[in-house]
Design a protein around this ligand. Structure first.
Ligand code: TXA
Ligand code: MG
Length: 340
């Protein structure tokens, strides 16, 4: 086990007998990550939402590696991460409604805009729009600064599986396919960014609920329409990430209402509550937060789902959240994880 990273700028390689160790989030580790990215390699990096598998967004060969590592179909476009609005304007056409939404940046918000020609087709899946985000995580911001690149980064998981919120998750599920991981600790939000489509003038559509709640978007934009999930893969082409079955663990999930009762729990099954629940104890009972905080539950959701998934359980009974705030995103991810 264990990797050795050779030093020097021109001879970057991983010497490993299996899966390499994470790069530390030190100045040296981040400088290494930036030079790997400049050389067209992929590096998994922490963001405030989930870990992303990053590559130079303007280098089609580098971006193609991201699809290969994830096993992601080429019809599913990537989010481009930029440090600021100047860099954003080099990849997308700003929209009048963007001024209001930009107040939420840097942060867990992605906006779909009309693309510039500079963005390769592989990033946008050939569409005339591009998804952009100005992230807040200091590690990703520093790598953006050091590399001078715009970074395409989907969640760093095999396509369709649960997103990673720890460096160890990336290691566990991508393994040697992703040799470079910067360990920035657990992610703050634990669910992927809110995605708002502004590519049709005067219209704002919520494509994916996330840490920025719909309520907040409405105070900034007025009307925001909500795009539903689809079970139909061909309809998913318009909004590719909207496939109903996504974020799925291998174990079957059964959802029950916030504050409700899970019903009978059989042997080989587990229960996942939002907070501690009186009357429920034992090795099959888990809670996502100490006090029932939905923010904390969202932060821990994918970690617990992954840990339970590794146990080969027959069924996980999972409590839904009250739907306000980040509860909508929490419920969206659980509902998709439960879809068969
Ligand atoms: O929090 C996040 O957004 C994380 C971190 C790494 O930034 N990224 C992430 O990327 O979740 P990904 O690829 O796992 O999910 C991005 C979603 C996909 O469902 C994709 O289909 C959608 O965004 N998307 C990307 N570009 C789009 C576009 N031009 N139009 C519509 N949807 C788009
Ligand atoms: Mg993803």
């Amino acid at each position: 086990m264990g990797a050795t990273f050779t030093h020097g700028t021109s001879n970057l390689c991983v010497l490993t007998d299996s899966i390499p160790s994470p790069l530390p989030a030190t100045p040296e580790g981040l400088a290494r990550a930036a030079s790997l990215l400049r050389a067209g390699e992929c590096v998994a990096l922490p963001t405030e939402t989930v870990y992303g598998l990053a590559a130079d967004a303007l280098n089609p060969e580098a971006a193609a590696k991201v699809f290969a590592i994830k096993g992601r179909p080429l019809i599913d476009p990537l989010i481009v991460h930029v440090p600021d609005l100047d860099a954003l304007a080099r990849v997308a056409e700003p929209d009048p409604q963007l001024t209001a939404l930009a107040l939420l940046w840097p942060g867990p918000l992605t906006v779909v805009l009309r693309r510039r020609k500079s963005v390769p087709d592989v990033i946008t899946a050939g569409q005339d729009t591009v998804a952009v985000r100005i992230p807040a995580h200091p590690v990703l911001r520093e790598v953006l600064r050091l590399s001078g690149l715009a970074l395409a980064a989907p969640s760093a998981n095999p396509f369709g599986y649960v997103s990673p919120t720890r460096a160890s998750h990336v290691r566990d599920s991508l393994g040697a396919r992703c040799p470079w991981i910067v360990d920035g600790g657990p992610c703050e939000h634990g669910v992927e960014s809110t995605i708002v489509d502004l590519s049709v003038p005067g219209v704002a559509r919520l494509l994916r609920p996330g840490p920025v709640p719909l309520e907040r978007l409405k105070t900034l934009l007025g009307e925001v329409s909500v795009v539903g999930r689809t079970a139909n893969p061909s309809a998913a082409q318009a909004a590719p990430g909207m496939l109903e079955r996504h974020y799925s663990p291998g174990t079957r999930l059964r959802l029950f209402a916030a504050g409700g009762d899970p019903g009978p729990v059989g042997s080989g099954e587990a229960v996942m509550f939002l907070g501690r629940r009186a009357g429920f104890t034992g090795p099959a009972v888990f809670h996502l937060s100490e006090d029932g905080s939905v923010e904390e539950a969202a932060r821990n959701l994918f970690d617990l789902l992954r840990r339970l998934d590794a146990r080969g359980l027959a069924l996980i009974h999972a409590e839904l959240a009250p739907p306000a705030g980040v509860g909508a995103a929490f419920n969206d991810r659980l509902t998709r994880a439960a879809a068969r």
